[in-house]
Ligand binder design. Structure first.
Ligand code: NDP
Ligand code: MG
Length: 391
């Protein structure tokens, strides 16, 4: 059987590591073409020795010389955002898009031209540039497979069905570590507590997003762009056990669901094997896992993050870009102890309020990459100002 070629953007992160764990079990099925990191070159070098890719890249240009000096001579070495773009010119059968944040956008758009399947975890890129990414993928005949677990669940449920036959979808939220915390408890939450998710093991940014429920807000926008569903056809439910990942209520009244252990191995493995479904060594879901499952409905009024995300969909234009960019800045500031937990969403709301009114153009045509990058930069500057000057 011919091996599939694969590139992993964000190889040193949580999704990247889960992908590489699966590839370790399937060395006879995959050749790694390229791998990237932001700054963790020690791990990137270790992985290069193990997987022997054709090329690697580090986003932080200052680390280029060190990387070049230490890497095996037959592996090409690149740096900076240009370096990531060079890497995306290597053609491969599958790209795993698992960089965190909008930093992954340019390489994602280039990868679409040079690959057959993109397994996308990087939700910030879909939130900010969904229409552009989806249209470019169509143009270049590239299949996008979401590996964000909820969207992967919906993708698998839809398999061959028309979205017109779906009444609505349900995205499940675990509720994060602070579910049902009072306002006064939330006021005191520390970064160390926020990155400790009760069920999932993930990178820091998405862990904080899960705690504010902005992760679910971003996922509503992600589903809107990926599946072409309006706000009122995407519902969020809290499901603490994270066994049900997505549900689709069909027009004929049937409720179709996807069940699996809370592990990224399942959606990544699905994308690696697609369109086939292969045996693997992942712990299967058992009937016992289905005991005592609970679901609760959520009101957008209870979570400002959900309200703002739906507002961004309704307003359209650059609002999703402002929301995601300001959230990235605010989460980063919280992780560095510059703002409090409850300030994260306040920063996002203030940015949306302030530049939303002055800067948002109603878009008659799809936003270009340059326009998205400008809107993103504008929101980052505004968010940083708000954080610096205080509320
Ligand atoms: P991590 O923080 O664990 O990893 C992020 C990866 O991106 C690392 O390889 C990191 O490199 C790299 N990176 C960070 N900043 C930059 C940058 N500016 N330029 C280029 N590369 C960069 O994140 P996760 O793996 O948790 O998440 C990745 C994406 O997948 C996010 O968008 C997240 O929302 C999404 N996702 C994650 C899930 C999970 O279970 N973790 C589930 C669903 C979606 P370095 O190691 O050098 O810093
Ligand atoms: Mg998710």
């Amino acid at each position: 059987m011919k091996k599939k070629s694969i590139s992993i953007f964000g190889a040193t992160g949580s999704v990247g590591s889960s992908t590489l764990n699966l590839l370790r079990q399937r060395k006879d099925e995959f050749d790694v073409v390229a791998m990237t990191c932001n700054s963790n070159i020690d791990l990137l070098l270790e992985l290069s020795k193990e997987f022997n890719p054709k090329a690697i890249a580090v986003a932080d240009e200052n680390l280029y010389l060190d990387l070049k000096k230490r890497v095996d001579k037959n592996i090409e070495c690149f740096a900076g955002s240009e370096g990531l773009r060079e890497i995306s010119c290597y053609s491969s059968d599958i790209v795993i898009a698992s960089i965190v944040g909008l930093a992954g956008l340019e390489s994602l758009l280039d990868s679409v031209k040079n690959t057959s399947v993109i397994a996308i975890a990087n939700k910030e890129c879909i939130v900010a540039a969904g229409p552009l990414v989806v249209s470019q993928a169509k143009k270049h005949n590239c299949q996008i497979i979401p590996i964000d677990s909820e969207h992967n669940a919906i993708f698998q449920i839809l398999d061959g069905k028309s979205i017109k036959d779906v009444e609505k979808i349900y995205l499940t939220a675990s509720g994060g570590p602070f579910y049902k915390f009072s306002h006064s408890q939330l006021k005191k939450v520390t970064p160390a507590q926020a990155v400790k998710h009760p069920v999932w093991s993930m990178g820091k940014k998405i862990s904080v997003d899960s705690a504010t429920l902005m992760n679910k807000g971003l996922e509503i926008i992600e589903a809107h762009h990926l599946f072409g569903l309006d706000n009122n056809r995407i519902e969020v439910i809290v499901h603490r056990q994270s066994i049900i990942h997505g549900l689709a209520l069909m027009k004929n009244g049937a409720l179709l669901g996807y069940f699996g252990k809370p592990s990224m191995l399942n959606p990544i493995d699905h994308a690696l094997a697609w369109p086939l479904c292969k045996d693997n060594n992942i712990d299967p879901i058992t009937i016992e896992d289905l005991n005592n499952l609970t679901v609760e409905s959520v009101s957008d009024d209870d979570y400002r993050s959900l309200f703002l995300s739906r507002f961004a969909i309704e307003k359209g234009g650059f609002y999703p870009v402002y929301l995601s960019a300001s959230n990235e800045i605010a989460v980063n500031a919280f992780l560095k102890n510059k703002i409090m937990f409850l300030d994260i969403i306040r920063v996002v709301e203030k940015v949306i309020d302030e530049i939303g009114h002055s800067g948002n153009k109603s878009l008659e045509t799809m936003a270009s990459l340059q326009e998205i990058i400008m809107a993103d930069g504008e929101a980052r500057i505004k968010a940083s100002e708000i954080i610096k000057l205080g509320f």
